[in-house]
Design a protein around this ligand. Structure first.
Ligand code: ADQ
Length: 402
């Protein structure tokens, strides 16, 4: 594919063969690194036949960057698929300003230790001048692993590696707050909200929005809702649970298994607690258009964001931005990066089904005054730290690291 321009940005595609896509993307990125970095919720698979294409593809991205960038340019590399790119670029552009940002967690050393290619991964990440993470915890995990498995020396925030200084820090990502806040108020979205409420029979709405990923805790969350129905604490006539799940990585076995487990579970809950014309769980396995997503955020009385582990989680931030009247309650996993900033949410341990059922009950019965105070505080947090502040902070650090 030839280079092209989109929204004023020049884009240079890097081509992959189907075999490479399989090994580099479905394999090493999504069946090795993804589970390993998310607490090994599923067992990571280690295959040399995936590692070699991962290196190859990283080299090709690095090559493309080197061909495009000048001697002293800034190069910002993103995420777990491209961890080797900083080191490869550094070899050819020793004076460039190279930044690397990891969008997912970086695991504790005890877990990372299993990675057969741990030294190569760390050394190449250390090719950057600034290595950024979503949380301090991830940054510290990385610095510790780097001191352990490479020749890097120094503190949790500043390492010396091969004669260079490498800055290590947390740069929590955020959203375009104004965009979400304003989109939720448009007449088009508001019309949609009215329709959604009517379609759901005026019941109170508990919403969850995720990619259908095993890290997102969808199964535990369904169990918690089921537990509340079982206890008889919420009548199916009064509350509806809407789970929107976006299809993702269906070529990886674990994702296909998860899909059928969730299907079955939703069927079981609806079979047990539903009636003609009354469905306790509405399950949408599809990507929904932006207007609809905004309408769901604006309509939901409670949003449940309960990942088992999540780098940040933007859905939580989008929801609060959409609540301009300060109504709505956010139930948030303590294992999402977002929990460190969004302290006024109702926090839960996503593995604790009873605790989550209690939290959901509490959210549904929260005194409106308390709810509004919490939501106002949550909105301030996101409004004061947007995605522009995130990018500014990271690039600022990159500029300083001479
Ligand atoms: P994700 O794991 O994809 O991102 P998240 O941060 O929640 O998780 O972002 C998902 C995005 O997809 C949101 O912007 C959301 O609006 C959108 N989305 C979700 N469901 C949708 C649906 N059904 N239809 C349409 N859009 C939908 C990774 C990390 C996170 C980290 C981000 C950003 O795993 O921890 O927050 O990168 O760094």
């Amino acid at each position: 594919v030839a280079p092209f321009t989109h929204d004023g940005i020049n884009i240079r595609p890097v081509g992959l063969s189907y075999a490479e896509l399989d090994a580099f993307y479905h394999g090493f990125s999504n069946a090795t690194i993804w589970p390993l970095y998310h607490d090994s919720i599923r067992a990571p698979q280690f295959h040399r036949r995936w590692w070699h294409p991962y290196r190859e593809v990283n080299m090709r991205f690095a090559q493309a960057a080197v061909e495009t960038a000048g001697e002293h340019d800034s190069i910002w590399v993103h995420d777990y698929q491209l961890q080797l790119v900083p080191g490869y670029v550094r070899m050819h552009r020793p004076k460039a300003h190279i930044g690397f940002f990891l969008h997912i967690p970086f695991p504790p050393e005890e877990l990372f230790a299993k990675m057969p290619w741990r030294a190569a991964i760390l050394e190449n990440m250390l090719g950057a001048d600034v290595v950024g993470f979503q949380t301090k915890l991830a940054a510290n995990n990385f610095a510790r692993a780097a001191r352990m498995y490479t020749s890097a020396k120094g503190s949790d925030t500043q390492l010396q590696f091969e004669g260079r200084k490498v800055r290590v820090n947390a740069y929590p990502i955020s959203i375009d707050y104004e965009h979400y806040e304003q989109s939720a108020r448009t007449p088009e979205v508001q019309e949609h909200v009215a329709r959604v409420r009517e379609d759901l029979g005026g019941r109170r709405i508990v919403l969850a929005v995720d990619r259908l990923d095993y890290t997102k805790g969808i199964e535990f969350r369904l169990r918690a809702f089921e537990e509340l129905l079982r206890r008889g604490r919420i009548p199916p006539e009064g509350v509806v649970f809407v789970q929107i799940a976006v299809p993702t990585r269906e070529k990886v076995d674990e994702y296909a298994d998860l899909r059928s487990d969730v299907n079955e579970h939703v069927g079981r809950i609806n079979g047990t607690y539903g009636a003609i014309g009354l469905t306790p769980v509405h399950y949408i396995y599809n990507s929904v258009p932006f207007t609809e997503l905004m309408a769901m955020y604006a309509a939901a009385d409670v949003l449940m964001v309960t990942p088992l582990r999540d780098g940040m989680n933007l859905v939580a931030k989008e929801y609060v931005a959409a609540r301009s009247d300060n109504s709505g309650v956010l139930v948030l996993s303590e294992f999402a990066g977002a929990a460190l900033e969004m302290t006024q949410a109702v926090t839960v341990n996503p593995y604790d089904v009873d605790g989550m059922a209690d939290a959901l009950e509490r959210a549904l019965s929260m005194d409106p005054g308390e709810g509004k105070r919490r939501m106002a505080a949550l909105r301030r947090v996101v409004q004061r730290h947007t995605v522009y502040d995130w990018a500014g902070a990271f690039l600022g650090a990159l500029g300083e690291n001479e």
